[in-house]
Design a binder for this molecule. Structure first.
Ligand code: DX5
Ligand code: ZN
Length: 223
């Protein structure tokens, strides 16, 4: 099995939207590995964020991988638009409330030339993602219920990270294991110790006085 390097993906949901271009250039210069883009539709979750136009803007600013998290209903309908906008990976929710045929959507994402990601909320049983594990490049374990930044990390979700590692080994699969929500240097160390290798962080980076220090602290606390 391929080793999975430790990666930090700043979530631009916490960026300064009044100076978005400058803030994104700052976090890229500070050592971001990927950029995490939260797409919310006000239906799947009780919040609305941004769409393909912002993804296209971010695409124009960087060659870094754009990790697009579709927190929406009917993601299958929108996958081509986000692929066209420049997304590198597209992650969709497994819950029935997302109203799509999961296996078909994962195939569609790969057909669009993107890496296929699957995610589950803290309250969702891990069994729901198990049938799809051989078909994905990225498994996102939500460590908060999606919809807002600045929430507290839920340690009980680490059992799912452990299970994801076990199954990756036994299936001979190769997906990356990502965590998202309440990630700071302390919780990054916990997530890493349980087997996660991609750390999404909004508040702990964009609300920090120095982005490079914040990213370094996430990485060094997690080794
Ligand atoms: C929440 C989003 C997260 C969020 C993370 O629904 O999926 O990506 O922006 O923000 P923090 O790091 O502040 O919890
Ligand atoms: Zn997210």
């Amino acid at each position: 099995m391929t080793a999975h390097p430790l990666l930090v993906a700043p979530s631009i949901l916490a960026a300064d939207f009044g100076h978005l271009e400058a803030d994104i250039r700052k976090v890229i210069a500070a050592g971001a590995d990927w950029l995490h883009l939260d797409i919310m539709d006000g239906q799947f979750v009780d919040n609305i964020s941004f769409g393909p136009a912002i993804v296209k803007l971010v695409r124009s600013l960087t060659t870094l991988p754009l990790d697009t998290h579709l927190i929406i209903q009917r993601p299958d309908h929108y996958v081509p638009r986000f692929a066209e906008a420049g997304a590198n990976s597209i992650t969709v929710h497994v819950e029935a409330e997302a109203k799509h045929e999961v296996a078909g959507t994962l195939r569609l994402i790969r057909e669009q030339g993107c890496r296929a990601g699957l995610t589950l909320n803290p309250a969702t049983p891990f069994e729901l993602v198990e049938p799809h594990l051989p078909e994905i490049d990225l498994l996102l374990i939500m460590t908060v219920h999606p919809g807002f930044g600045g929430q507290s990390f839920r340690p009980e979700t680490m059992a799912k990270v452990q299970r994801a590692c076990e199954l990756r080994e036994s299936l001979g699969a190769n997906y990356e294991i990502e965590v998202d929500g309440g990630i700071n240097p302390e919780t990054a160390a916990i997530a890493r110790a349980n087997g996660a290798n991609v750390l999404v962080a909004g508040t702990s980076i964009f609300h920090a006085p120095d982005y490079a220090t914040a990213i370094r602290e996430l990485k060094t606390s997690a080794v």
